[in-house]
Design a protein around this ligand. Sequence first.
Ligand SMILES: C[S@@+](CC[C@H](N)C(=O)[O-])C[C@H]1O[C@@H](n2cnc3c(N)ncnc32)[C@H](O)[C@@H]1O
Length: 198
Amino acid sequence: MEDTFVTSVLDLYQKGDWKNIVETYNKYPGRNKLLWVFPSEENFVFIRKTLKMLSCDRVLSIGCGSGLLEWMIFKATDIPVSGIEVDGTWWKCKYAPPTFIDLFITSPELDKDKTTIRVLTNCNKTAILFCYFNDGVAFKSYLKYFSGTVLIIIGPNKEGVHTSPKPFGDVSEEWTLYASQEVRDSSDFIAIYCKSDK
Ligand SMILES: C[S@@+](CC[C@H](N)C(=O)[O-])C[C@H]1O[C@@H](n2cnc3c(N)ncnc32)[C@H](O)[C@@H]1O
């Protein structure tokens, strides 16, 4: 079944059928092999409309994993999404899951990675996205260099599942919650923040 899942998602990916992917697999137990959150069509509309209101025309996803979410956001919203991953060894090894976008591989020591810093400091009109990210120290470090004003956090708002940052309560006071929406009835939330001048 596990192999069927990956093969089937790849098949739907090749056909560009993101709707079928999210409808078929949003509750599939082994889904996090490729992605932790399978948003609904309504969720993608929410992302598109909110980013449009905030004048964002790109998304930069940190810790994008396979890039399946990033590919689906692009297909569903027409907003280009690029992805950064830290674990180059894993993503290039033969046991790794397939990838759905080109991964930009970064160093675990962001302060020493001039290329990633250059990307982050050129983010006018770009939203930065963290989906089920799991390193609160690195999160703060990315935000230190990020020059944009829109932050998207997708993650669980429930007991027993840990991410860092969580969608609510993990940002500094310069970020104000602009809009949020639950992913189906999963207790996962998409939280979109704007940077204020505080
Ligand atoms: C729980 S996974 C979530 C992957 C994907 N966003 C998803 O929702 O399926 C967290 C990802 O963050 C990546 N990650 C952790 N620290 C990172 C860092 N400092 N820079 C970039 N990616 C990082 C990990 O390699 C991993 O792929």
